[in-house]
Write a protein of this length. Structure first.
Length: 230
C-alpha cells in the first residue's frame, strides 16, 4: 500500500508540473510573436521612410529647369539612380578632368547644387559614382575598360566634391567596366543600332542612397580632410 501511495503521489506531482510547462511554452511563444511583430513594424516603418525620401529626392532633382536634357532619373528599389550619358561627359577613351565636357559639368553642377542644400542633404547617406564603358576593347594594351571606367568615376566624384561642394565622406567611386550594358537591363535598348547601343552603354551613373535605406552597412570613420596635410 505504501508503494502504491507513493506512485500515486509522484504521478500527481507530474500532473502539477505539466500545466506550468504549458504556461511557460505559451508565454515564450507569445513573446516570440511580439518580437516578430515589432521587427516587422520597424522594418515597414523604415521602408516607408526610405520610399518617402526617394520621392523627395526625385522631386528635387527634377525641379531644375531642363533637367531631363541633362540627366535621366530612375527610382530603383533601394536608391535614386541618375544617369549622365557619355555625350555629356567624356570624349571617347578620355577620362581626365580637363576633358570633362561643358554639358557634363553643367549636369554635375545641377545635381550637386540640389544634393548639398538643406533639407535634401539630410535625406541621403551615400552618393555612389559608377563608371561604365562600352564593350569595345580598350585601345591601350597597358590598360582596360576597368581602368577607364574607374578613372571616369573618380574624376566625377572629385568634381562633385571639389567644385560641387558635396561632403566627401558621403561620396564614393567605382568602375564597373563593360559588364553592365543597358541592353542587358532594358529590352528596348536591344533594338537600337550597334553604334548607338555602344554610345549609350558609355555612361556615368550616380546612386543616391536614402538615409533610411535598409541593408546599408556603415563603413569606417571618414575624415573630410582627405589628403590635405594634418
Amino acid at each position: 500500500m505504501v508503494d502504491d501511495y507513493g506512485a500515486d503521489d509522484q504521478a500527481d506531482g507530474v500532473f502539477h508540473v505539466w500545466p506550468a510547462f504549458v504556461d511557460l511554452l505559451a508565454a515564450t511563444s507569445l513573446l516570440f510573436i511580439s518580437l516578430v511583430a515589432a521587427f516587422i513594424f520597424v522594418s515597414n516603418t523604415e521602408i516607408g521612410e526610405a520610399i518617402t525620401q526617394r520621392r523627395q529626392l526625385i522631386r528635387a532633382l527634377k525641379s531644375v529647369g531642363g533637367a531631363d536634357s541633362l540627366y535621366a532619373i530612375r527610382d530603383d528599389a533601394q536608391f535614386v539612380r541618375i544617369t549622365v550619358q557619355a555625350d555629356a561627359t567624356f570624349p571617347f577613351t578620355e577620362w581626365r578632368l580637363a576633358s570633362l565636357r561643358p554639358a557634363g559639368k553643367q549636369a554635375l553642377d545641377s545635381i550637386a547644387g540640389i544634393l548639398k542644400g538643406e533639407p535634401i542633404e539630410s535625406l541621403y547617406r551615400q552618393v555612389r559614382i559608377l563608371g561604365h564603358t562600352d564593350q569595345v576593347p580598350f585601345v591601350d594594351n597597358t590598360s582596360s575598360n576597368w581602368e577607364l571606367s574607374a578613372a571616369r568615376a573618380a574624376v566625377v566624384a572629385r568634381y562633385l566634391v571639389d567644385s560641387g561642394g558635396l561632403n566627401p565622406c558621403k561620396v564614393s567611386a567605382a568602375g564597373m567596366g563593360p559588364y553592365y550594358p543597358l541592353s542587358a537591363q532594358d529590352s528596348s535598348e536591344r533594338g537600337l543600332p550597334y553604334r548607338q547601343r555602344m554610345e549609350r552603354n558609355r555612361r556615368i551613373e550616380i546612386e543616391v542612397v536614402p538615409a533610411r535605406a535598409a541593408g546599408v552597412v556603415e563603413g569606417p570613420k571618414c575624415s573630410q580632410r582627405g589628403d590635405r596635410r594634418f
